[in-house]
Design a protein around this ligand. Structure first.
Ligand SMILES: [Zn+2]
Length: 123
């Protein structure tokens, strides 16, 4: 499936950071309510848990069900919630936002959280 993975280096903006492992699969973390916090502007690595402000469009060798499962485990690990407290429906929605953004773009394109953010979606 086409998805978003960690770039090998930080993006072009001065405040871009990439602490994830190159090419690792990413997920959208749960954001907190603190407006001074930048956690709503980063993806996190499914494997490392580390943050990156940019992602790359790539083809990854997995399917949606596996990505949902991996995303739930990563959210649970990073939040301290149990796996049962991370709803499959929310993980599926987040995975579809990321794969949807990836499918609209070309392999290797750079993507930011704002490009996939559900809050900007028209209902
Ligand atoms: Zn935060």
């Amino acid at each position: 499936m086409r998805y978003l993975v960690s770039p090998g280096r930080p993006g072009p903006l001065a405040d871009d950071v990439t602490w994830t492992v190159p090419a690792e699969w990413l997920f959208l973390p749960l954001a907190c309510d603190n407006p001074a916090c930048a956690c709503d502007q980063v993806f996190r690595g499914i494997a490392s848990g580390h943050a990156t402000t940019t992602a790359l469009v790539a083809d990854v060798h997995t399917d949606e069900d596996a990505m949902v499962s991996l995303t739930r485990r990563a959210v649970a690990r990073d939040t301290g919630l149990t796996l049962e407290q991370v709803p499959v429906s929310e993980a599926l929605e987040a995975v579809r936002l990321m794969s949807g953004a990836a499918y609209l773009r070309t392999l290797g394109d750079l993507v930011r959280v704002a490009d996939v953010d559900m809050e900007d979606e028209e209902v």
